[in-house]
Design a protein around this ligand. Structure first.
Ligand SMILES: Cc1ncc(COP(=O)(O)O)c(C=O)c1O
Length: 445
């Protein structure tokens, strides 16, 4: 089909009629489909079910160095769990602290502690400033933005490019503005675009020269081992190493978890940073807890053994979710290729596909989907304050529904996109005619 933008009014109107009929037929089916949830399917969770057998009343619950995991202690986590993350992420084990079941929780706590007590090298806690800001590459992860909103931290949108965020803008802003204290980054298979930052982008992050000495990069490596294809794996340069090389080692807090490796609700999380930062954090965390859940850490290391075990496990995840990504991509291609009204990402890993529709149409598309029984992530959610300035971006989460459900949901999504696009094109042409007539009238007066 030709580009909708070049179609005659008559052709657009007949397409609209056809799309509306198809839409109404789907509405009559009373469907309940959901492409909003970035969570693993039951089949994926089942992959790790035998982890539950790794610690039981008939096994011992001691670490390799003979520490009883049932008791208090080991604030940093058990040595073998720190080593497991160290091996996956290529960072020294002594620069890692293992937390509870959620890396988001660790991010929240890190911001909260910085607000009340500052970070290593702070002159004063962040809350003592009249106003502080975070840079937010967008589209991005809504829960990062929610943390800023919760603490009253002003968010500044940063455009995403194909190889990561707009570094010119970031470098300029942090250099001149002391109230900018942080930036959220999902550097590998980003949520929602699936973009991996290029080596150059990582090096520029490592070499940032912020005006604020207590500026930190919140490097959320949530999708560090989440490749979809064996022959199309993205590679992310190690920011901890690069920042250290640049003499800037204290600039980064790195987060990761096994939420999308083992169990989303019962994984293990971690923060890694320079020795200065880790020492500073350890003293603060020691006030919060006498130690994390070491039994769950033991389950994880016994089940996966080492980095190879994790990578082998992630291949099984990929085998389950790859066909789901394909179902979405094929549907989008089949129904929208050539129409000039939508573009989407085809990521090599992660959990999402990011879809851009015509400006001003995302909310309308999501609403149309909802009224036909397809739940999408709310339009705008991928931007700070839930406000997508172009009302253009929609996040698709393919992992939870079945491929058959996805195929149907995508069909409805595409019909919604056609309806919203034709409405927009016809309205802007009508406005064009009206505006042109008004301009002509003004000239002839
Ligand atoms: C980028 C990103 N970070 C963090 C999380 C949540 O991680 P956790 O379960 O470890 O809190 C998610 C979940 O979707 C995510 O997409």
């Amino acid at each position: 089909m030709a580009s909708l933008l070049e179609m005659s009014k008559q052709d657009l109107e007949s397409l609209q009629e056809e799309s509306r009929k198809a839409y109404q037929a789907y509405q009559a089916e009373g469907l309940k489909l959901d492409m909003s949830r970035g969570k693993p399917s039951t089949e994926q969770l089942d992959l790790a079910v035998h982890m539950l057998d790794c610690v039981s009343s008939s096994t011992d619950v001691k670490t390799q160095n003979n520490i009883d995991c049932r008791n208090y202690g080991l604030l940093d986590g058990i040595p073998e769990a720190r080593q497991l993350f160290a091996d996956i992420l290529h960072i020294p084990a002594d620069q890692i602290i293992i937390g509870g079941n959620s890396s988001l929780n660790m991010m929240y706590d890190t911001v909260a502690r910085a607000m009340t007590h500052g970070v290593y090298g702070s002159e004063k806690p962040w809350c003592k400033y009249d106003k502080i800001k975070f840079l937010c590459p967008a589209p991005g992860y809504d829960r990062h933005f929610a943390i800023c909103e919760f603490f009253g931290i002003e968010m500044v949108n940063i455009d995403m490019r194909e190889d990561g965020p707009d570094m010119d803008m970031i470098e300029r802003l942090v250099l001149e503005d002391e109230t900018i204290k942080g930036i959220w980054c999902v550097p590998k298979y980003s949520n929602p675009q699936g973009i991996t930052y290029s080596d150059e982008v990582v090096r520029r992050f490592a070499n940032l020269k912020p005006k604020a000495s207590d500026f930190r990069i919140f490097w959320d490596d949530a999708y560090c081992v989440h490749d979809l294809y064996e022959d199309r794996k993205d590679h992310l340069l190690n920011l901890l190493t690069e920042s250290q090389k640049a003499g800037n080692g204290d600039i980064v807090f790195l987060f990761a978890s096994t939420s999308k490796i083992s169990f989303s609700g019962s994984g293990i999380s971690m923060i890694a940073a320079s020795k200065n930062n880790i020492e500073f954090l350890r003293r603060q965390i020691a006030v919060q807890t006498i130690g994390p859940d070491k039994i769950n850490q033991l389950r994880h290391v016994r089940f996966y053994q080492n980095a190879d075990g994790i990578h082998a496990h992630m291949k099984k995840h990929a085998a389950i979710i790859r066909p789901k990504f394909h179902a979405v991509l094929q549907g989008l291609s089949k129904h929208l290729d050539g129409l000039g009204v939508a573009s989407w990402t085809n990521p090599n890993g992660g959990y999402f596909i990011s879809l851009d529709v015509l400006e001003g149409c995302a909310k309308r598309v999501v609403q149309l989907c909802k009224e036909a029984g397809v739940v999408m992530t709310p339009a705008g959610a991928t931007y700070p304050y839930g406000n997508d300035p172009k009302d253009q971006n929609i996040r698709i989460a393919p992992t939870y529904p079945s491929s058959a459900e996805l195929a149907k949901a995508v069909e409805i999504l595409c019909i919604a996109i056609k309806i919203a696009s034709v409405e927009k094109i016809l309205a802007s042409r009508a406005c064009g005619i009206v505006c042109e007539a008004a301009a002509n009238a003004a000239v002839s007066r």
